[in-house]
Write a protein that binds this ligand. Structure first.
Ligand code: PLP
Length: 390
């Protein structure tokens, strides 16, 4: 058993990354300025999209994107329930209605098929969320939606590092919202990025993200700036500060190396978990040009075959000094969201009762990985082992 607690998540930061933040602090410009511009350009290049807008969260990116897509009272937005509550919250804030689509129990994400079953006459936007950064075949979702005049927003919170048919999230959807929250593959503590091909949407989102102003502080206070600005419409205060953008830029430069370590750990987990009774990992990618981001490592616990329920397994791992977690309590089960009418979501219910996430981050040593697997092996029943996994 471990002698120290292995947290579910721990940021990976090297000295040069920390130095790049300190350099920004010394540069004399703290709010959105040159570091944000550089981060946006680098991100847009990596994602192969013309527009990237750095914001202070993925929630902010979802909010401005939905508003820029015209979502308002009387509209429906189809989305998963097995996700973080941010998307549904933004839809409600805009006076529209979240309509939940069921998930594919192999991938834990919505699919074109489950989305189609949830579409209504009033659907204006579909939000697709590649769970744990497993690509969900966005092309099929886009074809389905565009044929009906519906726009597609990818909640790409888990998808830094994901390739869907060789391309980043957002490269084929109408827009995608990334998260740089503390638990994500690329983190600035708090932060987000909206990417899109649509110049009109990008411009509106940029203005909405800063009170509806047509000029940010850099454009007003820098040597070539002007104090004049217009406010085109009421907006929000969602801009990212330069020191956090510097952290994001440094993390982006290190992304590939860190993805390699994530994939290595995931590969060890998958191999060993396949031999354990009652544990089933998320399905891996379907195509050669797909790539998982491994933002999380999720598996299902079959209580009968594993001889332990998911809830007890989380506690058992904690007793073994391992921080496991659950993603997610589905939105429709929250007291504040129960009133939303929903068609039955059998696969969401099934997965939500069994799903568990293991620690997976580049800073984990081989011994850390081994300790997680040892603890799992000790936690599933010897009887189930004897029956060869039945
Ligand atoms: C799937 C999903 N969507 C949206 C968000 C919101 O991200 P942020 O905290 O950057 O607003 C998260 C954050 O955990 C998430 O996991």
């Amino acid at each position: 058993m471990r002698t120290t607690f292995l947290p579910y998540c721990r940021p990976t930061l090297d000295d040069d990354e920390i130095a790049s933040v300190v350099a920004t602090l010394r540069a004399g410009w703290l709010t959105s300025g040159p570091a944000v511009a550089e981060f946006e350009q680098a991100f847009a290049r990596a994602a192969e999209v013309p527009h990237a807008i750095a914001l202070n969260s993925c929630t902010a990116a979802l909010h401005v994107a939905l508003r820029a897509m015209g979502v308002g009272p009387g509209d429906d937005v189809v989305m998963p329930s097995l996700t973080f509550v941010a998307g549904a919250q933004c839809v409600l804030e805009l006076g529209a209605r979240p309509v939940f689509a069921d998930i594919d129990p192999r991938t834990f994400s919505v699919s074109a098929r489950t989305i189609e079953a949830a579409l209504t006459e009033r659907t204006r936007v579909v939000i697709a969320m590649p769970y744990a950064g497993r690509p969900l075949d966005i092309d099929a979702v886009v074809s389905l939606a565009h044929a009906r005049g519906i726009r597609v927003l990818e909640d790409a919170a888990h998808a830094v590092g994901t390739l869907d048919r060789g391309r980043w999230a957002g490269a084929r959807a109408d827009a995608a919202a990334y998260s740089f929250y503390a638990t994500k593959n690329l983190s600035t503590g708090e932060g987000g990025m909206l990417v899109t091909h649509d110049a009109v949407l990008a411009e509106r989102a940029r203005v909405l993200a800063l009170h509806g102003m047509d000029r940010d502080a850099w454009k007003r206070y820098s040597a070539t700036g002007s104090w004049r600005y217009d406010v085109r419409e009421p907006g929000f205060k969602y801009n990212l500060a330069d020191p956090l953008a510097a952290l994001g830029l440094a993390g982006l430069e290190r992304l590939d190396a860190r993805q390699t370590r994530r994939a290595e750990i995931a590969c060890i987990y998958t191999e060993r978990i396949a031999a354990l009774p009652g544990l089933q990992a998320q399905a891996e990618v379907d195509r050669d040009d797909d790539r998982m981001s491994w933002c999380m490592y999720a598996l299902l616990v079959d209580p009968v075959r594993a001889g332990i329920t998911r809830d007890t397994l989380v506690e058992r791992l904690r007793d073994e000094r391992i921080g496991a977690s659950v993603h997610y309590i589905p939105t429709h089960r929250f007291s504040g969201y129960r009133a939303l009418a929903s068609t039955p979501l059998p696969m969401t219910e099934f997965v939500a009762d069994r799903i568990l996430s293991l620690p997976l981050y580049p800073g984990m040593s081989d011994d850390d990985v081994e300790s997680v697997l040892d603890a799992l092996e000790r936690s599933v029943t010897p009887r189930a082992f004897a029956l060869g996994g039945r």
